[in-house]
Design a protein around this ligand. Structure first.
Ligand code: ZN
Length: 126
């Protein structure tokens, strides 16, 4: 009996996942030749959300890590570890009790709601 060469070859296929921002079902091409970081599958976003929101902010919705954003028209920078986007607002939070959101000197133990239009930049791994 011959072993099929094709059985050893993994082919690309479509994975159905939910957009981490809006929850819409999306299909992602899972290509076995593409090396993806461990957080990739929990931070997928639909084309509309990828168009509307910065990549680091989308990633913060599914991958708790170290992020910083800067507010426009202010020197304030906000360190956070996770985010939840709802329309034109994002709620930024810290995962641990030791690190609290500080916004213009105000400590926000339950996170802070920031209008996305007021964000100048967002950085991942800060
Ligand atoms: Zn979406």
């Amino acid at each position: 009996m011959f072993a099929s060469c094709n059985s050893a070859i993994r082919r690309s296929h479509l994975e159905t996942v939910r957009c981490i921002v809006c929850g819409r079902e999306i299909q992602i091409k899972d290509d076995p030749m593409t090396v993806r970081p461990a957080w990739y599958w929990k931070t997928c976003a639909c084309p509309e959300c990828r168009h509307n929101y910065p990549p680091s902010l989308i990633k913060a919705c599914g991958d708790s890590f170290r992020y910083t954003l800067k507010l426009r028209n202010s020197e304030a920078k906000v360190d956070f570890s996770r985010a939840r986007i709802n329309g034109s607002w994002v709620t930024v939070m810290c995962a641990g009790n030791d690190d609290l959101i500080k916004l213009d000197g105000v400590i926000c133990p339950r996170g802070a709601d920031i209008n996305i239009n007021d964000i100048e930049w967002v950085a991942d791994d800060t």
